[in-house]
Design a protein around this ligand. Structure first.
Ligand code: ADP
Ligand code: MG
Length: 253
């Protein structure tokens, strides 16, 4: 059975989507079969793989709300071993519509059951909120990977995230673990980045990945070309680091 990893932090712009796309590409490059589930109505993961959202007829919304089989919405990406469940803005309605649905928190988990054996890793890119979509992801997941941007206020809001994780562990998904904490957009030239790193390590200790993702302009350019960094610029620091991260995730089991 594949391992389901939710990539979550309710803060926007911390590198969830960049990590979903590029960790997935790294794992696929290492020969693992990977499914990325875009669970953010913004659909940045979907477009980051070069998929035109206007062409997406059915997305994760239809799977969660209309009970369309997930196999009907899975699309191939440009990489071998790497498939995607796309999201479009339609998913924004799910936050409200799910409120009235029975066992609403388990929708995604149930949808994934049908295909979980086909993949080694299933990565879920969460939206920047702690609403019902993120709770669905945490309920479906074996573990959660938390990207933290190395900037001022980096740790702000983490208490709320950890609290949500504890609530999900208590009521919805006992086996949910913290997969790891990933420092992103690290800039070794600034004291601030170094300070954030120290704080995060003090708090999360051995849960912090050895691999640190630097601020790298190639990483921010890749999505507009619809490619993971490993295709767009495989020699960049960004690409090297996401390959390193993929290896570390595999080693951690
Ligand atoms: P989130 O999904 O948490 O909102 P994103 O992954 O979309 O965050 O990243 C926010 C912005 O920062 C995007 O424009 C992205 O291209 C850019 N970005 C992410 N990681 C890096 C990095 N390591 N170096 C430079 N830019 C980055
Ligand atoms: Mg995102």
């Amino acid at each position: 059975m594949g391992k389901v990893i939710a990539i979550a932090n309710q803060k926007g712009g911390v590198g969830k989507t960049t990590t979903s796309i590029n960790l997935a590409a790294g794992l696929a490059m290492e020969g693992r079969k990977v499914l990325v589930v875009d669970s953010d109505p913004q659909g940045n993961t979907t477009s980051g793989f070069g998929i035109n959202k206007a062409d997406v007829k059915q997305c994760i919304y239809d799977v969660m709300i209309n009970e369309v089989p997930i196999t009907d919405v899975i699309v191939r990406t440009g990489l071998e071993n790497l498939d995607l469940v796309p999201a479009t803005i339609q998913l924004a309605g799910a936050e409200i519509e799910l409120v009235q649905v029975i066992s609403r928190e388990h929708r995604l988990k149930r949808s994934l059951q049908a295909i979980i054996d086909r993949y080694d890793y299933l990565l879920i890119d969460c939206p920047p909120s702690l609403g019902v979509l993120t709770v669905n992801s945490l309920t479906a997941a074996d573990s959660v990977l938390i990207p933290i941007q190395c900037e001022f206020y980096a740790l702000e809001g983490l208490g709320q995230l950890l609290n949500t994780i504890r609530i999900v562990q208590k009521h919805l998904n006992k086996r949910l673990e913290i997969e790891g904490v990933l420092l992103t957009m690290f800039d070794a030239r600034t004291n601030l980045s170094v300070q954030v790193m120290e704080e995060v390590k003090k708090y999360f200790q051995n849960k912090v990945y050895r691999t640190v993702i630097p601020r790298n302009v190639r990483l921010s350019e890749a999505p507009s070309h619809g490619m993971p960094i490993l295709l767009y610029d495989p020699r960049s620091r960004g690409a090297e680091c996401y390959i390193e991260l993929a290896k570390e995730v595999i080693r951690n089991g």
